[in-house]
Design a protein around this ligand. Structure first.
Ligand code: SF4
Length: 313
């Protein structure tokens, strides 16, 4: 068996920053730290922090007054920030700067009188946060069929934004339909689907035809990980999204010579290596790592963290 190991894979700059931020909080403040939503959408990461005493909440009312609260990498709406202030919470914002970019675009377009069409998945934390910036001025669409149901005056000022972790191809199909129906629709100068999403999808597209099976390390609620699995399936390959080696099924490997392995932007390298070790031990697999794009992106830790560290330092 041959393992075709995609690079880039796994942690992106936003996930690295959010996880480093929470690690630093634990070092500086010990236990009693709360995080609004999962810090990143990955079970291994969330379980590790839970074991270290971090509490993940879905409701700000579940955080004791005055406690320390982190906002996750996916960002939050202004209403959540106001709610946290009303409970005197000390907050640190671990939102990925590339998500913040989309929030700022939403604010800018809404203030300039545009109606915004947000391309994204209903119920995703990032979409909820972005829509909360200008709820009266944003309509969510998920597909070209949704675009067909939209109705705006011909002279309406329109702009579109996208969730950062969409399939580049699927978002492209929605955008093409939008531009056909509303030729006046505007968009930000730089696209919203982030570099990490784009690069991980590119690697799967480039390499999938050399593989019989695709394994994507990532959690079921990780949007960018699901998109990687779907690209494999669209290429006619068996593809599975798994949290770790414990989910591997022996029958997946019958008649398989080449297994492509990648990981979503929130999946740690340790779970990738664990699956590789399993395939080496059980199938004598050899590893062929292929780099399709170089990545050198990093984000600094949030300013509020440094300020709070100074107060305890
Ligand atoms: S996937 Fe992209 S937008 Fe999301 S945290 Fe990573 S870099 Fe930021």
């Amino acid at each position: 068996m041959r393992i075709l190991l995609a690079n880039p894979r796994g942690f992106c700059a936003g996930v690295n920053m959010a996880i480093d931020c929470l690690d630093e909080c634990i070092k500086a403040f010990g236990t009693g730290i709360y995080v609004y939503h999962e810090i990143v959408h990955n079970k291994y990461v969330v379980d590790r922090f839970t074991a270290q005493g971090v509490t993940f909440v879905e409701d700000i009312d579940d955080v004791p007054r005055g406690a320390l609260l982190l906002y996750s990498a996916h960002g939050v709406s202004p209403a959540i920030r106001a709610h946290a202030r009303s409970r005197d919470l000390r907050t640190i914002d671990a939102t990925c700067p590339l998500v913040t970019k989309v929030h700022l675009e939403a604010i800018k377009y809404a203030r300039s009188g545009y109606h915004i069409i947000l391309i994204g998945h209903e119920g995703h934390d990032e979409v909820i946060g972005t829509m909360g910036e200008a709820p009266e001025s944003i309509t969510l669409v998920e597909s070209p069929e949704h675009v067909d149901q939209l109705s705006f005056p011909t002279d309406a000022k329109l702009a579109y934004l996208t969730q950062t972790t969409l399939s580049v191809e699927e978002a492209g199909a929605v955008i093409r339909r939008l531009e056909e129906r509303f030729p006046q629709v505007e968009h930000p100068p730089k696209e919203d689907i982030c570099y990490a999403t784009t690069n991980r999808q590119f690697a799967v597209r480039e390499l999938i035809n050399k593989a019989d099976l695709l394994l994507v390390l990532g959690s079921q609620n990780s949007s960018n990980s699901r998109r990687l699995m779907e690209i494999g399936q669209a290429a006619g390959k068996a593809a599975h999204l798994i949290d770790g080696r414990h989910e591997l099924q022996p029958e997946w490997f019958t008649g398989v010579d080449t297994v492509m392995i990648t990981a979503g932007a929130s999946a740690p390298e340790v779970v990738v290596q664990d699956v590789i070790d399993h395939l080496v031990d059980n199938f004598g697999a050899t590893i062929d790592e292929v780099t399709t794009r170089e990545e050198h992106v990093t984000f600094p830790l949030p300013r509020e963290l440094r300020k709070l560290q100074a107060t305890v330092g």
